[in-house]
Design a protein around this ligand. Structure first.
Ligand SMILES: Cc1cc2nc3c(=O)[nH]c(=O)nc-3n(C[C@H](O)[C@H](O)[C@H](O)COP(=O)(O)OP(=O)(O)OC[C@H]3O[C@@H](n4cnc5c(N)ncnc54)[C@H](O)[C@@H]3O)c2cc1C
Length: 383
C-alpha cells in the first residue's frame, strides 16, 4: 500500500483531535500534517474565566509545536489557497499535495460590517478577555450591555455565561446594586438551536439574577461617543460598558477555493462531513449543518471534536482497506458557568426531530468541577 499524506488545515479544536486520532490509528509510513498560522493554541471555554481574572491566559495556552513529539508534523503558515480538485494546498507560498484533506479552519472575525463594533470590548479572543478583566476591575457603576452582534456566533451559550459571571463578579464586589446588566441578541430566545427545553432554564437563570434580556434585535451601529447602540428596527440602547461578540465569517480562503459559497459556510454531509470533493472533508465552525425550522447546528468545540473523530476514523479505515462506518450523530454537551464554583450542563442530541432533545441540568458545584477537570484533561491530552 502506498504511503498517504493527510493534511489537516487548522490546529484548533477539530484539527488537534483529528491529527491525534489519525496518528494513533495509522502506520508510521503515512504522514499526518497539521497546519496553523499561529504557534499557540488557547482553550476558549476558559476565556470567560480569563475575563474574571480566575485564569491566567498562559495557563490555558499551549505551544502547538509540541505535537511533533507525537509524530504529527506541524507546519506554521498561512493557508493561502486550496485546490480540492488537483489536491493541492498553498501554505505560505509553498505548494503541498495531499491524499486526504480535513478542513478545520474555524470562523474568522470581521467587525468592519457594523460601524463602531471594532472598538468594543469582547471575551471572544484571549487578548480581549485579558483586556476586559482590567476594565471590569475599574468599573464601579453604570450599565453593562452584552450584545450578540450578528449570527451565527461561536458557542451561542457564551454571551449568557458572560452575563451570569459578570453579575456574580459584581455581587462579590458588592457593587451589583449600582450596575445594570442587559443582554441584547438577534436570536428569538437564548440558544434557539438547542430547542425549547433549553430556552426556559436559561431565561430563568437570567431573570433570577436580574439580568435584562432583549431578543430579536439586530445591531446596526454603535456610536462610541454617545455610548449608544442602534438596532435595524430603529430601536436604541445606551451603555457605559459594551461587550460584543465579533461578526463571524467563513475564512476567505474557503470561499475562494469553491469549498464555501459567496457569503456562506462549507456545506457537508452531516453524518460523514464529506464535501462535494473527493477525499476532502470539513469539520467544525467552518461548516454549516442545517437543522429543522431554519436552525443550524451551533458552532461549538464539542461538535468539532465529535466530527473530527468520525472523519479521522473513516479515513484511517479506508487507508487500511476497510469500510468507513462512522457517522456523526449530533450529540453534544457544554458546561455553562453561572457563578464562581458553579456550572450548569447543557446536553443532548441536536439532530433529533422535530425538535432537538437538549436538557439543562444544574447549576451545581459538581458541573463546575467537571468543567475544571475537562479543562485539565484537554490541555494535557493534546499537548
Ligand atoms: C468565549 C468562547 C467560549 C467557548 N466555549 C465553548 C464551550 O464551552 N464548549 C464548546 O463546545 N465550544 C465552546 N466555544 C466554541 C469553540 O471554541 C469553537 O467552536 C471550536 O474551537 C471550533 O473548532 P474548529 O476546529 O472548527 O476551529 P478553531 O478551534 O477556531 O480552529 C481554527 C484554527 O484555524 C486556524 N486558521 C484559520 N485560518 C487559517 C489560515 N488561513 N491559515 C492557517 N491557519 C488558519 C486558526 O488559527 C485556528 O487555530 C467557545 C468559543 C468562545 C469564543
Amino acid at each position: 500500500m502506498a504511503a498517504k499524506r493527510i493534511l489537516i488545515l487548522g490546529a484548533g479544536t477539530g484539527g488537534l483531535v483529528a491529527a491525534h486520532r489519525l496518528r494513533r490509528m495509522l502506520d508510521k509510513e503515512h504522514r499526518v500534517i497539521l497546519v496553523d498560522r499561529s504557534p499557540v493554541y488557547s482553550f476558549a471555554p476558559s476565556f470567560t474565566w480569563v475575563m474574571l481574572g480566575t485564569r491566567d491566559a498562559r495557563r490555558i495556552s499551549r505551544d502547538l509545536r509540541s505535537v511533533q513529539k507525537k509524530g504529527i508534523e506541524f507546519l506554521l503558515g498561512e493557508v493561502q489557497a486550496i485546490d480540492p480538485t488537483t489536491k493541492q494546498v498553498i501554505v505560505s507560498e509553498r505548494p503541498i499535495d495531499f491524499d486526504y484533506l480535513i478542513v478545520a479552519l474555524g470562523a474568522d472575525y470581521f467587525s468592519d460590517e457594523i460601524p463602531g463594533l471594532g472598538q468594543c470590548w469582547t471575551f471572544y479572543h484571549i487578548e480581549g478577555a485579558e483586556g476586559l478583566h482590567e476594565r471590569l476591575e475599574t468599573f464601579a457603576s453604570g450599565r453593562v450591555a452584552i450584545v450578540v452582534s450578528s449570527l451565527p456566533t461561536k458557542c451561542p451559550a457564551a454571551p449568557y455565561e458572560g452575563a451570569l459571571l459578570i453579575d456574580d463578579y459584581f455581587r462579590r464586589r458588592r457593587l451589583r446594586h449600582d450596575i445594570d446588566i442587559h443582554v441584547y441578541t438577534p436570536e428569538p430566545a437564548p440558544l434557539p438551536s438547542a430547542g425549547p427545553t433549553a430556552v426556559e432554564p436559561v431565561l430563568e437563570l437570567l431573570s433570577s439574577r436580574e439580568i435584562g434580556f432583549t431578543p430579536g434585535c439586530a445591531l446596526a451601529e454603535i456610536d462610541q461617543r454617545s455610548n449608544e447602540m442602534k438596532f435595524s428596527d430603529g430601536g436604541a440602547a445606551s451603555f457605559d460598558l459594551l461587550i460584543a461578540t465579533p461578526v463571524h465569517t467563513c475564512p476567505a480562503v474557503l470561499r475562494h477555493s469553491g469549498l464555501a459559497e459567496a457569503r456562506g459556510w462549507v456545506a457537508v454531509d452531516r453524518e460523514t462531513l464529506a464535501t462535494g470533493f473527493e477525499d476532502v472533508y470539513a469539520i467544525g465552525d467552518a461548516t454549516e449543518i442545517p437543522l429543522s425550522d431554519d436552525r443550524t447546528l451551533p458552532k461549538a468545540g464539542v461538535f468539532a471534536h465529535g466530527q473530527a473523530e468520525v472523519v479521522s476514523r473513516n479515513i484511517a479505515a479506508e487507508i487500511a482497506g476497510g469500510q468507513p462506518i462512522w457517522a456523526f450523530g449530533g450529540q453534544g454537551n457544554r458546561f455553562l458557568s453561572t457563578e464562581a464554583g458553579k456550572a450548569a450542563m447543557i446536553s443532548g442530541n441536536f439532530f433529533t426531530e422535530p425538535e432537538p432533545d437538549v436538557k439543562v441540568r444544574g447549576p451545581n458545584r459538581r458541573w463546575h468541577w467537571a468543567k475544571v477537570g475537562f479543562e485539565r484533561l484537554w490541555l494535557w491530552r493534546w499537548f
